[in-house]
Design a protein around this ligand. Structure first.
Ligand SMILES: [Zn+2]
Length: 529
C-alpha cells in the first residue's frame, strides 16, 4: 500500500502576507553568517508503492488494518504539530509552489532534513533546535534554571504561563482530543484482534495514550508473539528534540509479519551455538555461549506516519527505548522487508549498474540483500562480550570505536554464517556469490552517507576485506569484482578483544576512516541515491 499525503485545501494564511509582515520589522543585528536558503528538491525521493501479501489475512484482520491506519493518521497530525506548529495544515496549503509544497510535506516543515535542516522557502528562519516542543524564544539557560519537576520527561510540551514563566503541558492534555480518538480506535482494533495477547497490548497502548504512561504497554509488547499484525504507535523517538533530546515525537508503523522468514530465523537462532563453536579463532575467543534468545522478525510495512515517515524511511526498528523494560525483557528487532525492497530497487541496483562488471550484476539479488541484513542482526549475538585479558567488557575497552567494530564484526560474521549454512545445505540451491557480491555493493550504498555514522565505519572496515590481490577487480581496471573471496572470519575482528587497550584502539583507529576512502568511490555510489 502506498503512502499518500493528504493536503487540505483550506488556505487562510497566505505566504505573501506572512512575508510582508515580517519585512516591516527592523532587521536584527546579527554576527552569524546569513542563513542559506536551499532549493526544494522533492526529486531526491523516489516514489515507491509498498506491497504486502494480505491474502492470508482474515476479514477481521483487514478491517483492523484500516482502523490502525486511521489511528496512524492522528499520529501524523500530532507529529506535524510537534515538528512545525499547530497551524501546519493552513501553512502547507498556502504554499503556491508545487515543488516546495511537496517537499514540505515530505519534510514535515520548511526545512530540508537531509541537508542539515536548511530552510527551502524564502523568509523562513532556521529550524528551532527544540522544534515546537519548547517556546521558540526559550534558551537552554532559561530551561536549566526553571524549577519544573519532570522537565526532562518524554511526554510533555514546554510552554509559557501568562506571566512568561515556563510550564509543562502533558501530551495527554495538549493533544487530549486527538489522543482520546486514537485510543478509541485502538480499542476498536482490539475487538477485531485474533490474538488475545495483541488485543491486550492494543488496550494497554490505548490507556497509555491518554495517561502518558507507556511502560506497561512496552513491557507487554515484549511478550506478544503470536500476532500476524503489529503496530508501533505513540510518542517514541527523541531525535526531533535537537535542543535536549528529551521529548518524544509521535509516529506509527502498521506492520504485517513475514511468517516465512520468521520461521527461518527461529531455525537459524538454534544453530548459533554450533556456529560459535566453529569460528576460526582460538578457543579463548569463543568461551561465551551466544545469546539465541534474540527477538528478531521480518515484517512488511503497510503504513508509516509521523516521525518515521519524515524524510528517508526507516528499514529496521529496535524497540522499546525504555531502559527499565530493556533490562527486564530486552528489545525486539523488526526488519521491514518491503521497505528494504524499495531501497534495493531504487538505490542498490543503480549502484550495481554503476560499479559492477556486467557479468557480476546478476549476483546482486534482493534475497541476498535481505538475508545479509538478517544475518548481520543475528551475528551480533556471535563472538564474546568480555575481553580475555581481564579488561572488562569489549565495549568498555574499545570506548569510542566499540560501535563501529561491533557493526563490522556483525557484517563479517553474518557472511561467515551464510557461508557455513550454505555449506551445510541450509540455504537451499543458491549461488554463494550472490551474498558476497550483494554485500559489497551494499557497502557502497552505506558509504555515501559519509563518516558521521559510526556504523558505517565498520562497513568500511569490512570493505577492506575485499581489497587485495585476487579479491576485487573493477570494471575497467579489474578492481571491483569479488573473485576469490576470503570466506572466513579470521581476517577480521573476532580477535578484537586482544587489542582492547589504548594502544590497540589507536592501532585500529589508524585504519582509514570512511571519509578518507577515495572520493571517486563515494561519488560513484552517491549517484545511486
Ligand atoms: Zn548492526
Amino acid at each position: 500500500m502506498a503512502r499518500r499525503t493528504v493536503l487540505r485545501a483550506t488556505a487562510i494564511l497566505s505566504l505573501a502576507v506572512f512575508l510582508s509582515s515580517c519585512a516591516q520589522e527592523a532587521p536584527p543585528e546579527t554576527t552569524v553568517a546569513p542563513l542559506e536558503v536551499v532549493k526544494p528538491r522533492p526529486e531526491i525521493y523516489a516514489e515507491y508503492g509498498l506491497r504486502a501479501d494480505l491474502s492470508y489475512l482474515t476479514d477481521n484482520q483487514r478491517r483492523m488494518i484500516a482502523i490502525l491506519i486511521e489511528a496512524s493518521d492522528i499520529m501524523d497530525g500530532l507529529f506535524w504539530r510537534q515538528a512545525y506548529g499547530d497551524d501546519w495544515q493552513d501553512w502547507l496549503a498556502s504554499i503556491d509552489d508545487d515543488a516546495a509544497r511537496r517537499f514540505a510535506a515530505l519534510n514535515y516543515g520548511p526545512w530540508d532534513r537531509l541537508d542539515d535542516n536548511k530552510p527551502f522557502i524564502e523568509g523562513i528562519g532556521p529550524k528551532p533546535l527544540g522544534a515546537n516542543f519548547y517556546p521558540a524564544d526559550m534558551t537552554k539557560e532559561e530551561f536549566d534554571a526553571a524549577y519544573l519537576p519532570g522537565k526532562n520527561g518524554l511526554y510533555s510540551l514546554v510552554r509559557r504561563n501568562d506571566d512568561g514563566s515556563l510550564k509543562l503541558v502533558p501530551y495527554s492534555v495538549a493533544y487530549a482530543d486527538e489522543l482520546k480518538q486514537a485510543a478509541e480506535l485502538l480499542r476498536e482494533a482490539a475487538e477485531l484482534a485474533e490474538s488475545q495477547d495483541f488485543a491486550n497490548y492494543l488496550k494497554l497502548r490505548a490507556a497509555a495514550l491518554i495517561s502518558d504512561d507507556y511502560q506497561m504497554s512496552d513491557l507487554y509488547w515484549m511478550d506478544v508473539k503470536d500476532n500476524e499484525i503489529d503496530v508501533v504507535i505513540g510518542p517514541i523517538e527523541t531525535y526531533e528534540d535537537r535542543l535536549f533530546g528529551y521529548r518524544a515525537a509521535f509516529e506509527s508503523y502498521v506492520l504485517i509479519k513475514d511468517l516465512d522468514w520468521s520461521a527461518r530465523l527461529a531455525r537459524f537462532a538454534l544453530l548459533l551455538p554450533e556456529l560459535q563453536e566453529g569460528l576460526p579463532v582460538p578457543e579463548a575467543y569463543k568461551a561465551e555461549s551466544p545469546g539465541s534468545d534474540s527477538d528478531l522478525n521480518a515484517y512488511d510495512v503497510v503504513y508509516y506516519a509521523g516521525d518515521c515517515n519524515a524524510a528517508s524511511k526507516t528499514i529496521a526498528i529496535n524497540l522499546p527505548n525504555d531502559e527499565e523494560v530493556q533490562l527486564q525483557k530486552g528489545t525486539r528487532r523488526l526488519q521491514l522487508k518491503n521497505a528494504m525492497q524499495a531501497k534495493f530497487e531504487e538505490i542498490l541496483q543503480p549502484i550495481a549498474g554503476e560499479l559492477l562488471d556486467e557479468s557480476q550484476r546478476q549476483h546482486v539479488t534482493f534475497d541476498a540483500f535481505f538475508a545479509n541484513t538478517m544475518f548481520h542482526e543475528v551475528a551480533h549475538g556471535l563472538g564474546i562480550k568480555n575481553t580475555i585479558n581481564g579488561k572488562g567488557t569489549v565495549r568498555q575497552a574499545l570506548l569510542d570505536i566499540a560501535s563501529s567494530m561491533e557493526e563490522g564484526k556483525a557484517d563479517i560474521l553474518g557472511l561467515y554464517m551464510i557461508t557455513r549454512l550454505h555449506e551445510a545445505g541450509e540455504l537451499g540451491d543458491v549461488d554463494l556469490r550472490d551474498y558476497y557480491v550483494t554485500f559489497m555493493t551494499s557497502v557502497f550504498r552505506s558509504i555515501r552517507f559519509g563518516g558521521q555514522q559510526r556504523a558505517r565505519q565498520g562497513e568500511h572496515g569490512a570493505l577492506q576485506l575485499f581489497r587485495g590481490p585476487g579479491r576485487i577487480r573493477s570494471r575497467r581496471r579489474n578492481r571491483h569484482l569479488p573473485g576469490r573471496l576470503r570466506q572466513d572470519a579470521q581476517c577480521y575482528d573476532v580477535s578484537v578483544p586482544a587489542a582492547a587497550d589504548t594502544a590497540g584502539r589507536r592501532r585500529l583507529r589508524r585504519r582509514p576512516g570512511v571519509d578518507e576512502y577515495p572520493r571517486r568511490y563515494r561519488r560513484a555510489a552517491a549517484s545511486g541515491s
